[in-house]
Design a protein around this ligand. Structure first.
Ligand SMILES: Cc1ncc(COP(=O)(O)O)c(C=O)c1O
Length: 396
């Protein structure tokens, strides 16, 4: 709270505040659980330059989904060799911007053609990674269609060196889903990826330089309904799996994470600008609801459709058991059950419904937890042309 008080003396709400110490703590959990792995921060989760600089200072690389994100990562001091560009459908112009500045992971045959064209124009060979949509799934159920990557079955039918003579496939990337909290499933997934990597090496006749397991390491949003992964068990099982594949693979293993590294470092701070009572309900109306921190609003929009059964494909917009700690920073000792609504001209701009909070007054600040990932970068900030939230980074 101390940092929030300091900022509010000089700056109006709304604002985001990110705590670098929490990023360090989260990174050290990943380092202990996955010794020897390279860590990549998914820039889309939070591209705020001080957050990226913090990642750079911890030796964390970047998972960049656009040319702009590659540029942000470089500016933050992340070396080109630690930046992995993977975009579902880059254009020729995108490729021209990133080539030579990072590793490129091809997501489709069309992208491979664009890369082949770019490489042959320069008259040189280009090493690229391949994002594969694997035949295996997290639950062992039959695979479903995906707009991401190249279907595994199509990979085995392709003569890459004949079709793309200027390209060498030197890396494998798979991202099956985000927010996995089942230790056994996650460990089995890593084992499946390693099996596939060996198969790919045998098929290509070359050793891979890197195997990128994508995201997936889940974090607890709602302590009453979720348990964290068993990190010790995960470390043991994954290290067994790596030992099993050791004689076949010499690749650098990579993990991507947006939320695990950054979600808990962020707090969104807004302010009550009006209090209304309507038909027995109390509304605290705050500055920049959806157009500041969208995820809580989306949660309320999706609740009638049971988002906890929607599955993973709506990430990062909808998250299972999405939950926020909400505090009204008031002097009152009373509590009140209220709806917290944003000030947009939309009935859907509701950040929390029937939530018990400290009784507040106009001018009191309201804080939301879990605002370090998919928060500022996910909000429809331009709707209604309100002032944008500011962002602050502390590292104490
Ligand atoms: C390819 C890829 N990697 C990594 C991530 C990061 O996942 P998370 O923030 O859930 O850890 C995402 C999220 O959408 C992704 O699409």
């Amino acid at each position: 709270m101390h940092a929030i008080e300091k900022i509010r003396e000089k700056h109006p709400a709304p604002f985001y505040i990110y705590d670098g110490k929490i990023i360090s703590e989260q990174a050290s959990v990943l380092r202990k659980t996955f010794p020897g792995f390279g860590l990549l921060f998914s820039v889309k989760a939070n591209p705020f330059p001080p957050v990226l600089k913090k990642m750079a200072s911890l030796g964390i690389g970047a998972d960049a989904a656009s040319a702009k994100e590659v540029g942000l990562a470089l500016e933050a001091g992340i070396p080109a060799e630690n930046i992995y560009y993977s975009c579902p459908a880059p254009t020729r112009e995108d490729i021209a911007q990133v080539i030579g500045k990072c590793h490129i992971i091809a997501d489709s045959f069309h992208e491979l053609s664009l890369l082949e064209e770019a490489a042959s124009e320069c008259g040189r060979n280009l090493s690229v990674g391949l994002r594969i949509h694997p035949d295996f799934t997290l639950n062992g159920s039959p695979q479903i269609p995906s707009k991401f990557g190249i279907d595994e079955s199509l990979v085995w039918k392709t003569d890459f060196s004949e079709k793309y003579p200027h390209l060498t496939i030197h890396g494998l990337h798979i991202h099956i889903r985000s927010q996995i909290l089942d230790t056994e499933k996650l460990a089995r997934y890593y084992d499946n990826v390693l099996d596939l990597a060996v198969k790919l090496q045998n098929f290509l006749g070359t050793k891979l330089d890197y195997i990128n397991f994508g995201g997936g390491v889940g974090k607890v949003y709602d302590k009453t309904r979720q348990s964290p992964l068993d990190y010790e068990k995960l470390r043991e099982v994954v290290s067994c799996s790596i030992s099993k594949h050791k004689s076949d693979l010499s690749a650098q293993l990579l993990l991507e994470s947006g939320r695990f590294l950054a979600c808990d470092c962020g707090t969104y701070v807004t302010e009550i600008v009006d209090i209304k009572r309507s038909h027995g309900k109390t509304f605290y109306i705050v500055k920049n609801g959806a157009n500041g921190f969208f995820k809580p609003v989306l949660r309320q929009m999706l609740l009638p459709f049971q988002p906890d059964h929607i599955g993973a494909s709506y990430e990062p917009f909808a998250t299972e058991n999405d939950h926020y700690e909400i505090n009204v920073l008031s002097e009152s000792s009373e509590t009140e059950v209220v709806d917290i609504a944003g000030h947009l001209c939309s009935g859907a701009d509701i950040m929390a419904k029937d939530v018990a909070v400290k009784k507040g007054n106009i001018g009191d600040f309201v804080t939301f937890s879990h605002a370090g990932s998919y928060a500022y970068s996910l909000a429809p900030l331009l709707f209604s042309s309100q002032p944008l939230p500011q962002q602050f980074f502390i590292d104490e």
